[in-house]
Design a protein around this ligand. Structure first.
Ligand SMILES: [Zn+2]
Length: 334
């Protein structure tokens, strides 16, 4: 595997490629939300740093260095990750696995590379690392990964070169999902990609559980039936659905907004493709026509959903909040 085989992140990859073919610095910080692929890219970069013939596309993949990294047996490459069940990487580990090791010369490659999951490097761990990060031995390169820079001391930030990983496009996420699961239904891949906000790891988690696809159907049906459902039905059956899905209430609200967006598309450009393909497209279009759904009505519904999310985050009474939202939705489409 080389950079080109990883989907997206072109700007990060071109900066890393340039670093590999010039004189790379001694400390890199990969920044990006959880699930975006920081460690995968960091491991490719590490392979390139250790490879005997690196190119702009990373390690060659065939030299002993590349093979040892791939097989997790390279003596000059170490990863410092949090142990399962632990909150942070222990400072003793920073000392034994890194500080006590940096001074020893590399065995096979011309460098030593350390990958550190800095999301789990507490303040004490960061302080322990600081001096070495400031004046690393010539043959050492550190790669730190972090989801939020605010977790790091300013002194760590100023000593590392930031490589930012940006959300992927929906198309890129779909490609990644297809690559890992060729059997995936196109409408499901599109749904996971939209819902994941461009984070491939999150989209992959979603595709492994069925809730999103099931709940998308339920939410769509609930919204499509709004004009004909009675208030009593909404407050009993409608409420029951939200009560069952209490744990992921905010996700359900996000799904509702996605379906409302599709209705908006059906109002403004009836011929365009909607997210889930043919199965619901006709139903959404005919609902929009039949009940004279306008952008104003969709706006009112969307407001109802947004207020429910706000009330939920503010720890409002769940039942009251959901019932208020359902009634506001009903009023919105009338
Ligand atoms: Zn190589």
């Amino acid at each position: 595997m080389a950079f080109t085989e990883l989907i997206g992140q072109n700007s990060a990859k071109s900066r890393l490629g340039a670093a590999l073919t010039a004189d790379p610095g001694h400390a890199f910080l990969f920044v990006g939300p959880s699930g975006i692929g920081k460690k995968t890219l960091a491991r490719e970069f590490a392979k390139g740093l250790l490879c005997s013939h690196p190119t702009k596309d990373g390690g060659c993949g065939t030299c002993p260095n590349c093979i040892y990294v791939r097989e997790h047996t390279h003596p000059d490459y170490r990863e410092l990750l949090v142990a399962p069940g632990e909150k942070n990487i222990k400072v003793a580990e920073v000392r034994s696995k890194i500080l006590a090791d940096v001074g020893i010369m590399s065995q096979i490659a011309s460098r030593k590379v350390y990958l550190i999951d800095a999301d789990y490097l507490g303040e004490e761990g960061q302080n322990a690392l600081l001096k070495t990060l400031e004046e690393p031995p010539k043959h050492v390169v550190f790669i730190l990964t972090v989801s939020d820079e605010a977790k790091l001391l300013p002194t760590i930030l100023s000593r590392t070169e930031s490589i930012r990983l940006l959300p992927n496009t929906e198309e890129e996420v779909v490609t990644a999902l297809r690559k890992s699961n060729p059997e995936i239904r196109p409408e499901d891949a599109a749904l996971y990609a939209r819902f994941s906000n461009g984070i491939i790891g999150y989209a992959q988690n979603l595709s492994e559980s069925e809730w999103l696809s099931d709940d998308w159907e339920k939410v769509t049906d609930l919204l499509l039936r709004l004009p004909v459902t009675t208030k009593t039905e909404l407050l009993t059956d409608g409420y029951a659905f939200f009560d069952e899905e209490k744990e992921r209430f905010l996700d359900i609200l996000a799904l509702m907004n996605m379906v409302l967006d599709e209705m908006a598309v059906a109002v403004t450009s009836p011929d365009s493709e909607v997210l889930r393909g043919e199965s619901k497209k006709d139903k959404i279009s005919s609902m929009v026509k039949r009940y004279n759904i306008t952008m104003r009505k969709i706006g009112l519904c969307s407001e109802a959903v947004t207020s429910a999310a706000k009330a939920y985050k503010g720890n409002g009474n769940f039942e009251m909040n959901v019932c208020r939202m359902l009634l506001a939705l009903k009023k919105g489409v009338m």
